[in-house]
Design a protein around this ligand. Structure first.
Ligand SMILES: [Cu+2]
Length: 194
């Protein structure tokens, strides 16, 4: 056990090694941690390291989330074309971060016939029924009334660009679509918030 830990530390993690030793010692003596102390010395070392890793991860997360509150801006760019396609199937952000999303229409067709937008839908939204409502919302650039939309861009035609800024919602995998009639079948993807 001693050799193993020394090998793992290689001198760089002397403090960590000491902590692992102390923790391992306490676990070995304490009656409350029978399961952990009963395992082999290797997995004991691993579980202790995991424990430390978890702790430092949560510290890191706190640091990162406060950083994104101050200046953490996530910039996302996606393109839509005349073939009714987005060039990305996945967009990623962190919960609570400020997201600046740009949609470019790289085609040439006008927005009356090949308009594109990007609509991020709340979890559990039924896309076909949303698409149907969107179809009827031509006067509002195909954004239907209701509370199913987290964020959406303007509707644009070929050669145009639009940018929106919004706050990323809670962790989860959200659907995004183009709500122009008939487009959501092909123009869709996942907005993944981590
Ligand atoms: Cu479209």
């Amino acid at each position: 056990m001693k050799t193993e830990i020394t090998n793992i530390s290689k001198g760089r993690f002397t403090k960590t090694t000491l902590m692992i030793w102390v923790v391992a010692f306490l676990l070995g003596c304490g009656g409350g941690a029978k399961q952990e102390s009963a395992t082999s010395s290797k997995s004991e070392t691993e579980s202790t390291s995991e424990q430390e890793a978890t702790e430092s991860t949560s510290e890191q997360e706190v640091a990162e989330s406060s950083e994104s509150t101050e200046n953490g801006l996530i910039t996302l760019v996606i393109n839509g074309n005349d073939q009714m396609r987005f060039d990305k199937e996945e967009l990623r952000a962190k919960a609570g971060a400020t997201v600046e999303l740009t949609l470019n229409h790289t085609g040439q067709l006008p927005k009356q016939s090949m308009g594109h937008n990007l609509v991020i839908l709340k979890l559990g939204t039924d896309i076909p029924s949303f698409g149907q409502k969107a179809f009827a919302a031509q006067d509002n650039e195909y954004i239907p009334e209701g509370d199913e939309v987290i964020a959406h861009t303007a509707l644009i035609g070929g050669g145009e660009t639009t940018t929106i800024t919004f706050t990323a919602p809670a962790k989860g995998t959200y659907d995004f679509i183009c709500s122009f009639p008939g487009h959501y079948a092909l123009m869709k993807g996942k907005f993944i918030v981590e």
